[in-house]
Design a protein around this ligand. Structure first.
Ligand SMILES: [Zn+2]
Length: 281
């Protein structure tokens, strides 16, 4: 993560306004709802508050880092709000919103065609919030990319790098998903677990297929960076592709060559597909 110098304007800014306007001028990102945060107490059990300069700075440094490294990533707006599903997401640290169109042939009738916005949530708004979130962040979801003092002190930065992983996934119109599934399977086929699996024990092909998938899921269970990369947050369950991608992105950007091998596999395909969608060589 040291390969780009951190922008001195962002490091030295004294107000959220200054931070927002700098990102707007540098990248053409709409920052209206970032500068004018909307933690206005409209959700039951919340009190109105403002986005702190330090939380805003960590957010901006994460966006700046990813935009420098992957300039083709789509990000139209940044926001400070409770995020889209009120009540439930009032508790989210951050969220990412894709751009989608109705498509009767797509799963659930919508197709992702790009990325819209990233929102920092109520939980990370103030300095106090950020410090309080730190402890949970380094232990939650058993994520090997975020166990350090650095993660503890930079919860917003880490959260937004994860969200930028979603932005890249959506920039690539989620076309990496099938390839990731395929390449994970190829890796599994090289494993002793696969070699030891004997489908002839299951004369019914459906059963054999189901059993093989169970062996695959057991093989995968300790190989992704976080619990959150699995359905229901549980290792051994099916992969949770959308979060596995964002956490693999975080893992590689933070830990580089010390990241999980499968994080690097996922990251490579993620970037290739985002580039392809944007016509970047
Ligand atoms: Zn996520």
């Amino acid at each position: 993560m040291d390969q780009f110098a951190q922008d001195p304007t962002l490091l030295n800014a004294k107000t959220v306004q200054e931070i927002g306007m700098h990102l707007q001028n540098k990248y053409g990102i709409d920052v209206d709802e970032f500068i004018n945060s909307k933690f206005d107490g409209r959700i039951e059990g919340t009190t109105p508050k403002e986005l702190s300069v330090e939380s805003a700075r960590q957010f901006a440094l994460a966006v700046d880092y990813v935009k420098q490294k992957y300039p083709f990533v789509e990000l139209e707006r940044i926001r400070a709000d409770y995020a889209k599903r009120e009540g439930f997401e009032a508790k989210a640290n951050a969220s990412a919103k894709p751009k989608s169109v109705k498509d009767p042939d797509a799963p659930r009738g919508v197709r992702v065609v790009g990325h819209d916005s990233i929102t920092i949530g109520y939980n990370l708004a103030t300095d106090e919030d950020r410090v309080a979130a730190g402890a949970g962040y380094v232990t939650g979801q058993r994520n090997r990319a975020r166990t350090s003092e650095h993660a503890f002190e930079n919860v917003v930065y880490y959260s937004i790098i994860h969200e930028m992983g979603h932005a890249l996934d959506n920039t690539g119109q989620r076309k990496s998903w099938e390839r990731i599934e395929q390449e994970l399977y190829w890796a599994f086929e090289e494993s002793p677990e696969f070699a030891a699996f004997d489908p002839s024990k299951y004369p019914n092909p459906d059963t054999a297929e189901k059993k093989e998938r169970e062996v695959f899921n057991r093989w995968l269970a300790d190989k992704l960076v976080s619990n959150y990369s699995y359905q229901g947050g549980k290792r051994g369950n099916e992969i949770n592709m959308v979060e596995a991608i964002a956490d693999a992105f975080l893992d590689v950007e933070i830990r580089g060559m010390n990241s999980e091998e499968l994080s690097r596999l996922i990251h490579r395909i993620l970037i290739e597909e985002a580039k392809k969608a944007k016509g970047v060589a």
